[in-house]
Every structure is written in C-alpha cells, then in structure tokens.
Design a protein around this ligand. Structure first.
Ligand code: CDM
Ligand code: ATP
Length: 288
C-alpha cells in the first residue's frame, strides 16, 4: 500500500459550556460534539523520490498549501516523530467544508492525515496515541480522530466517546464571512455563567435515550459573544426559527448556524427555500 484515502467529516457542537480559563490562556470547555455528513477528502501517498519533503495540493477552496495549512503541520509532525515516515509525503486535500465556520474543517483534515500516515506506514498507533498527537495541532483535532458522538473536556482535547445518537436531520447556514476562534475566545476571557443543563446532565440523558429531546437546555455559550460582534448570526437564527425546527443553535465559535428537524424532507425544504443567495446552505445528517 503506498496511497490511502481518508474521509474527513465536519463536526458540530451540540452543546458547549465555558467553565474557566487555564493559565496558558486556553479556555476549559465541556462540549458535546457530533460528526456530520459534510466531508473533505484526503489522499495521502508516500513519495520516495522527494526525500523528506511534503507536497500539498489543495482543491476546492482558496487555502494555503504550505506550512500554514494544518494538513502540512500534521504531516510534518508525523515525519518528525516517526523515523518510518522517511520518504516524502504527497497529499491532496479536496476541500468542501466551509473555512473558519465553527465546523472544525482544518482539525478534521489534520486528524485524517494522522490516521492516513498511521495506516500507510503501519505505525500501529492506538486511538489515544493519535489523540495525543492531535492535541499538539489544535483543540478540536483529538475529537476528529474518531468522530461520532463524544464529550470533550479540558481545552477540548480530553475525549469521552458516547453511544452513537439516533440520526437527526439538520440544516446548516453559513453566512459569507468567517469568524476567528481566537477572536471570540478573547471576548469571552473567562468563565461564562451556564444557561440550561450541564454537559454531564445532557450526557446522562442521551446515554439513556440515544436521542435528543431538545427541551433539556442545549446551549452554546459562545453564541452571544459571536452574535454581539456579528449580529447577522442572530438574524439567521431568527429566520431559521420561522421554519419551526426542533432547535436552532450556532456551532463552535460560529458563524455557522444549525437547525434540527425530525425529518430529512423538512431540512431539504429549508435548503430549497432559503432566499439569501450569499449564504451557503446544507441539508445534512449525523454520522457515526
Ligand atoms: C470552539 C471549538 O470549535 C469548540 O469545539 C474549539 O474549542 C476550537 O478549537 P480549534 O479551532 O481547534 O482551536 P485552536 O486552533 O486550538 O485554538 C484557536 C484559538 O482559540 C482559543 N481557544 C481555543 C480553544 C480553547 N479551549 N480555548 C481557547 O481559548 C485560543 O486563543 C487559541 O489560540
Ligand atoms: N486544512 C485547512 N482547512 C481549513 N482551514 C485551515 C486549514 N489549514 C489551516 N487553516 C486555517 O485555519 C483557520 C480556521 O479554519 P477552520 O476551518 O479549521 O475553522 P473552524 O471550522 O472555525 O474550526 P473550529 O470549529 O475547530 O474552531 C482558517 O483561518 C484557515 O486559514
């Protein structure tokens, strides 16, 4: 085997509490994450002719194809840590997930590179070994190693896998601007008083039922901070509410807003009728 392909799903935050700040400035979170059916694709090949070099090609979106790309950083990390990864790496990233959207696009690509290199060179790294490496690249990377449904704590890197949830159709609306995660956490700057249930209460409930009943107080503590800087996020929330969904919420640090429905058909109707042409709209579902 000298070439492997990995699918890299986007993630959403079903719930996010900010419970404090570490001395290094990172915020301590409790967040329930879920993989969804929107994918980037990574092709990773060992290229024996390129010495220890990394060659990256990005298709689909305008992104740097050098060390500023998390894919490059993940490849470089593996080459530095493991002598077996000696030949050059040739990587193609086919980018579909909106960038800086709260969907962990870069993190899921980086996680896919770690998995691909592990397979390609038979490194035998376990899930937790890959998660530890992932934590060196970004707070969302450890979750993206195995995806599915999970509780994340610490700065996001301490992962507890949860039972897969029953599928829940959803619509994502991404307005035509990006949000910097760093900028939003700078606004937060400490603990945020909790609204609704705690992540651990919600985990208990979903482990019992394997599904979500949205009355229980699902909430993203970053939402009000992002809405203050980008009021359009709250306008999208209001507009999505008019379609009578089960629940509406922002994901990650935004600006993407999600609306959950009990039927796929309803999510597809919203996608079809959404009138703001500059927004990207997706009808999707949960994946394991
Ligand atoms: C908001 C979430 O998407 C929720 O899943 C993640 O916590 C963000 O994860 P990420 O994009 O992988 O974040 P990183 O690339 O590690 O961090 C970007 C910046 O956000 C801030 N940051 C991030 C995560 C965290 N727990 N506390 C923070 O304060 C830091 O200033 C950091 O420099
Ligand atoms: N492979 C990549 N895909 C997307 N963005 C990347 C990648 N590599 C580096 N970046 C940079 O990372 C920044 C964040 O992009 P990303 O799409 O990961 O954000 P996000 O979806 O908000 O992440 P999160 O939900 O983890 O906060 C962008 O400014 C982008 O230029």
């Amino acid at each position: 085997m000298n070439r492997v392909e990995e699918r890299a799903p986007a993630k959403i935050n079903l719930h996010l509490d900010v419970i404090g700040r570490r001395s290094d400035g990172y915020h301590r979170l409790e967040t329930i994450m879920q993989s969804i059916s929107l994918y980037d694709r990574l092709l990773v090949a060992a290229n024996k002719n390129r010495g220890d070099r990394i060659k990256l090609e990005v298709r689909g979106k305008e992104l740097p194809a050098d060390r500023d790309n998390l894919v490059w950083q993940a490849a470089s990390l593996m080459m530095n840590k493991f002598a077996a990864v000696k030949p050059g790496l040739e990587i193609v990233l086919d980018k579909k997930i909106p960038v800086a959207a709260g969907l962990a696009g870069g993190s899921t690509d980086a996680a896919a590179v770690l998995r691909a290199v592990n397979r390609l060179f038979d490194l035998g790294l376990s899930r937790s070994g890959l998660e530890k490496l992932g934590a060196e690249l970004g707070a969302d990377v450890p979750f993206c190693i195995s995806g599915g449904t999970a509780l994340a704590r610490g700065a996001g890197e301490k992962i507890t896998p949860l039972s897969p949830l029953l599928n829940q159709p959803l619509v994502l609306v991404k307005p035509p601007f990006s949000v910097s995660t760093r900028q939003i956490f700078a606004e937060v700057s400490g603990r945020v008083d909790r609204e609704g249930a705690s992540a651990s209460e919600l985990v208990e409930l979903i482990e019992e039922k394997v599904s979500i009943s949205w009355q229980e107080g699902w909430h993203n503590a970053l939402e009000s901070f992002t809405c203050r800087l980008y009021p359009r996020v709250c306008e999208i929330k209001e507009k999505l509410e008019s379609f009578d969904p089960l629940h509406v919420q922002m994901t990650g640090s935004g600006p993407t807003v999600m609306a959950f429905f009990d039927e796929k058909r309803r999510a597809e109707e919203v996608k079809k009728t959404w009138s703001e042409e500059d927004d990207e709209v997706y009808a999707l579902e949960f994946v394991k």
